[in-house]
Design a binder for this molecule. Structure first.
Ligand code: DOR
Ligand code: ZN
Length: 338
């Protein structure tokens, strides 16, 4: 039997939603992760200290006794400034910027990327040392959206050299390459983008549970992502972008974007890293890099995984997970909190 013990695993991009959905999905992440960066795209989005604090309380109530830190974010608005952000800086781990209308619940996001217009808000984040997480896609052709956004990432990185910019859920070789050109650019990579290409989504019968934004790309893109993750690129972190939608919102015309991976993420990652002979690098990808980049000190948690297969449930509540009903070669054997 092969095993790995992960210390303080972190999911640096997680959608927990609210209400009944929050109560179903939050305990699943809280069981195996020490903490997660919580996305603010609720309806309405989390845009002030009061709603951020209230959401954090609802998350803590939903996870019960689990040891888990919800690292909170705010939905970026161009009108943010130093006076607005400074009083909540201690409680904010990051601010998340969405281009307007690019994905689920992002209608109130940014239109156009005029650096001078964004200067008060981004200057304030830079001054306060709050990282900016960006969903980097233009409104162009769906396969080219992320590639077209790279010059915007680069312009922002140059204009705000002291601002930590996280390119969220990168899916292309161009994004991986951009990491090495700017000291202040970092990235998260999802589990599903390490595993699938567009062929898995739409190459045969349409697979709604693998449909997400950004859409999965070409084999050479997945290869570049895999290499960065498996080699423990120091600027790359695991962010699942686990995005639960009820089954009826996925299996219908107008399928919602999002892959639900939270409960299977660590076993599937262990299987992937083991298959490539890189298990020793998983700790960097799922925790150490994020701790260093964000300056986090997560609650202690040890997760022991072994190469004992697990059968993935068909559903968690009304949500169908990735690999529903299938077997994953690895499973969680024990979780301990020191
Ligand atoms: O597939 C996605 N789902 N991509 C996102 O950017 C948002 C997410 C969601 O909130 O459902
Ligand atoms: Zn997301």
């Amino acid at each position: 039997m092969t095993e790995i013990i992960l210390h303080e695993p972190l999911d640096m991009h997680l959608h927990l939603r609210d209400g009944a959905m929050l109560r179903i999905v939050a305990p699943l992440s809280a069981h195996s992760f020490s903490g997660a960066l919580i996305m603010p795209n609720l309806v309405p989005p989390v845009t002030d200290a009061e709603s951020m604090r209230a959401y954090r309380k609802r998350i803590l109530a939903a996870i019960g006794d689990e040891t888990f830190e919800p690292y909170m974010t705010l939905f970026f608005k161009p009108e943010y400034d130093l006076d607005f952000l400074a009083p909540m800086a201690e409680e904010l781990t990051a601010v998340k910027l969405y281009p307007a209308g690019i994905t689920t619940n992002s209608e109130g996001g940014v239109s156009g990327f005029d650096i001078e217009e964004l200067r008060p808000a981004l200057g304030a984040l830079s001054e306060l040392g709050i990282p900016l997480c960006i969903h980097g896609e233009t409104g162009g052709f769906v396969m080219d959206r992320e590639k077209e956004f790279v010059p915007i990432y680069e312009a922002l990185a140059d204009a705000f050299p002291d601002l930590t910019i996280i390119m969220e859920h990168i899916t292309t070789a161009e994004s991986v390459a951009a990491l090495d050109r700017h000291p202040n650019l970092y990235a998260t990579i999802t589990l599903h983008h390490l595993l699938i290409t567009l062929d898995d989504v739409a190459g045969g019968m349409l697979q709604p549970h693998l449909f997400c934004k950004p859409i999965a790309k070409r084999p050479e893109d997945r290869e570049a992502l895999l290499q960065a993750a498996l080699d423990a690129h120091p600027k790359v972190m695991f962010g699942s972008d686990s995005a639960p939608h009820p089954q009826h919102a996925k299996e219908c015309p107008g399928c919602a974007a999002g892959v639900f991976t939270a409960p299977i993420a660590l076993p599937a990652l262990a299987e992937l890293f083991a298959r490539h002979g890189k298990l020793e690098n998983l700790q960097h990808f799922v925790s150490s890099n994020a701790q260093r980049i964000y300056g986090l000190n997560p609650p202690k948690k040890k997760v022991r995984l072994t190469d004992t297969p697990m059968r993935v449930p068909e559903k968690y509540g009304e949500v169908v997970p990735m690999f529903a009903g299938e077997e994953i070669g690895w499973s969680i054997d024990a979780v301990s909190v020191k």
